[in-house]
Design a protein. Structure first.
Length: 464
């Protein structure tokens, strides 16, 4: 009996001591946590000795957790492209049984699968750095492309209109939830960050990846800024590109130069207007195989900065053009540009090709677009009933062939527009470029338009 009482006393003392120690530890933790909240201090970033404005020592996040539905347009929140991305609660196999909202992306070897979020910062803050943190886990990812990518990519728009990139990479063998973070700083002290577009993406893999806890925290010298609303611009202004524009020198090598007057005479004809680089010249023979009308062509010729134009480039292009048998009213222009400029000036080249043409109707198309046989003749016949004062845009359906089959061999009946497009959609060797759903049927509409304009009005350029 005495032994039982001794055991009970020992157990009671042990429980009492354990309870007291637990209470003391909880009290110490609460004091530490409350002190951090009251101070609302800033954590020093060790890499640039700046302040991370962090209420309660927890970095705030300027990214929204909302997921924008496909049928809505919103400035804030995550959005997706044509690929479906699931947003649900995932419980990862971790010691602390972590459960959080995650984006589940099914990776494809040949396409980019991603979700995006755009953030516009207030200009007067002159932000120059931020930290991005991401957690991810992958399920049996298999790399099937040499340039495969898995992680976060941030497109940063700077104050001068230029762009820079910041990446946070993950290994495809990330089977457990893994955190990666990275610090971004502008490349020049005179630059500031205007916008940041975050992309959680995978490319070149087969499998599923989960992204969660995506945190983007601005780094600032102002420790009084302690919330995302103090950084985010709700109604941002457009960014003016202050960089020097590409200097393009053009030379007309075929056709007559057109007068600068906007009221110049326009012939009632249709011209195929296109542009391309030198390495794509061989596709022109296939493109113009069934085209009988004039062509307005601009060829982009890269040249080294500080060096004169090379004659061999002009001779090479002229030799290629000899085999095309162009219409007498065609125009071919060479556009010389320094190779140091980063982007291909597609709009400048297209507008130059438009200005060189003197036809009333312009078919704006890519260089690999192949017009149908007799399209030139049939279209001109259809315009006879139109008044010259009418401004009408004609939409030309476009399709891509999945095989080397000659598209002219495809036989179609005289059906309605939607019936014809529906028939071509189900053709085994055809795939449509874009689909636009209507109430009656699925119509396939290409991004190639014919523009009609009056000879008394100025030329208008519309780029879709």
């Amino acid at each position: 009996m005495r032994t039982l009482r001794s055991v009970i006393r020992i157990a009671f003392v042990g429980i009492t001591v354990y309870s007291v120690l637990s209470s003391v530890l909880i009290y110490i933790f609460l004091q530490w946590w409350a002190t951090g909240i009251l101070k609302a201090g800033s954590i020093k970033d060790p890499e640039n000795n700046a302040s991370l404005c962090t209420p309660g020592h927890r970095p705030f996040n300027v990214l929204s957790h909302d997921f924008t539905p496909r049928d809505e347009i919103a400035l804030h929140g995550w959005w997706q492209d044509q690929a479906t991305v699931k947003s649900d609660v995932q419980c990862f196999n971790e010691p602390w049984a972590l459960c959080s909202t995650a984006f589940s992306i099914t990776c494809k070897p040949t396409t980019v699968r991603a979700v995006y979020q755009h953030v516009s910062f207030k200009r007067h803050l002159k932000l120059q750095s931020f930290r991005l943190s991401v957690r991810a886990s992958a399920e049996q990812l298999e790399s099937q492309a040499p340039d495969s990518f898995l992680g976060a990519l941030v497109l940063v728009k700077l104050s001068d209109g230029s762009e820079e990139y910041h990446t946070v990479n993950f290994s495809p063998s990330t089977s457990t939830l893994t955190q990666r973070d990275g610090l971004y700083t502008v490349s020049r002290p005179s630059f500031t960050i205007f916008t940041a577009t975050v992309m959680l993406s995978c490319y070149g893999y087969a499998g599923t990846v989960h992204f969660t806890d995506v945190v983007l925290t601005p780094i600032t010298q102002q420790s009084t800024l302690c919330g995302p609303e103090q950084f985010i611009e709700d109604c941002p202004e457009s960014i003016k590109d202050t960089r020097s524009k590409p200097r393009i020198r053009h030379e007309l090598i075929l056709g007559k130069a057109k007068p600068s007057s906007r009221k110049r005479h326009l012939t009632k004809d249709i011209a195929l207007v296109t542009q391309l680089s030198m390495d794509r010249l061989p596709v022109l023979q296939h493109t113009l195989q069934h085209w009988e009308g004039p062509v307005s062509l601009v060829v982009h010729v890269p040249v080294k900065a500080g060096q004169p134009d090379s004659d061999w480039q002009k001779l090479y292009i002229q030799k290629k053009l000899q085999n095309l048998k162009l219409h007498p009213d065609s125009h071919v222009t060479l556009a010389y540009e320094s190779v140091t400029y980063r982007d291909y000036p597609i709009n400048a080249l297209r507008n130059l090709a438009i200005r060189q043409s003197s036809c009333e109707y312009l078919l704006l198309a890519d260089a690999d677009f192949q017009p149908s046989p007799d399209f030139h003749k049939h279209f001109l016949l259809s315009t006879r009933s139109l008044s010259s004062a009418d401004k009408t845009a004609f939409v030309v359906p476009a399709f891509t062939f999945s095989s080397l089959q000659d598209p002219c061999q495809v036989q179609t009946k005289q059906l309605s527009l939607c019936q014809l497009l529906s028939t071509l959609t189900h053709h085994k060797s055809l795939t449509v470029f874009h689909k636009a759903r209507t109430s009656s049927c699925n119509c396939c509409i290409a991004k190639i338009l014919l523009y009609s304009h009056s000879a008394k009005t100025s030329r208008q350029t519309l780029i879709v």
